[in-house]
Design a protein around this ligand. Sequence first.
Ligand code: ADP
Length: 261
Amino acid sequence: MGDDSMPLVKAIDMAKKYGDFIALHPLNVEVHAGEFFGVFGPNGAGKSTFIKLLTGQLRASKGEIEVLGVNARTDPQKLKANIGIVPESESPPSFLTPAEFLEFVARLRGVDDIAGKVEYWLDWFGMEEKRDTMCKDLSKGQRQKVMLATAFIHKPKLLFLDEPFANLDPIYQRKCREWLLQHVKDGGTIFLCSHVLEMAERMCNRMAIINHGKVLAAGTIKGLKIDPSETLEDVFIRLVGHSIEDAERLEDEGVTNSEEE
Ligand code: ADP
């Protein structure tokens, strides 16, 4: 609210340990209104952990995290009311139908014209025939569509997406990509995690590459390339391949590892 220059997402020294295992080393991140920000890295890099800390689904081991002006560590409930989250591995409730679950979420989010919007989004995702099927009997891709529809239906000003297209066919990948790009044009802000680099090329205006819980580099795609002939895949392999050393170089790009304790 108020000051447009305030970042919507701000984490300082955010870190996560699972027991003795450091899943995320202390890092800093800022995401501003109107950005389409992506975190990319191989499997196990720490992407889901990153997004779960910012959305209050996991409690950080240390650091300060403010999202839409709310403290994500102490006030996760308040935070969740104002953002949209499409988690990687979760499914809609098995014993609700897509229509019921969408209606439930829309009501919770205070959406107007609920019946109309539920039908609109079922139709948009090609799910009319499955509107009354229990979610447990849907395919993975259909379940992912239901999860995406619950995020799209209330057009949250800040949307977190974890591997959002993993189970979608190319037609719906494109459709969703276009919707997300339009959402950003309309003033929305998106934070996305994925290992699919193509998404960075097609959607993100700024990104961070992480591995073993450390930010290896951050910036615009252009800024990450040593020269224009380098592809993003080259960048990824160069950085992830021999990790770590050059993280310091990019400190002023808004995402950095913090000083270790
Ligand atoms: P990504 O999303 O990039 O694949 P994750 O954030 O899911 O990576 O996991 C990062 C690391 O933390 C992995 O090595 C994973 O095994 C570990 N990890 C994730 N969740 C837990 C947990 N609940 N307990 C212990 N280790 C975990």
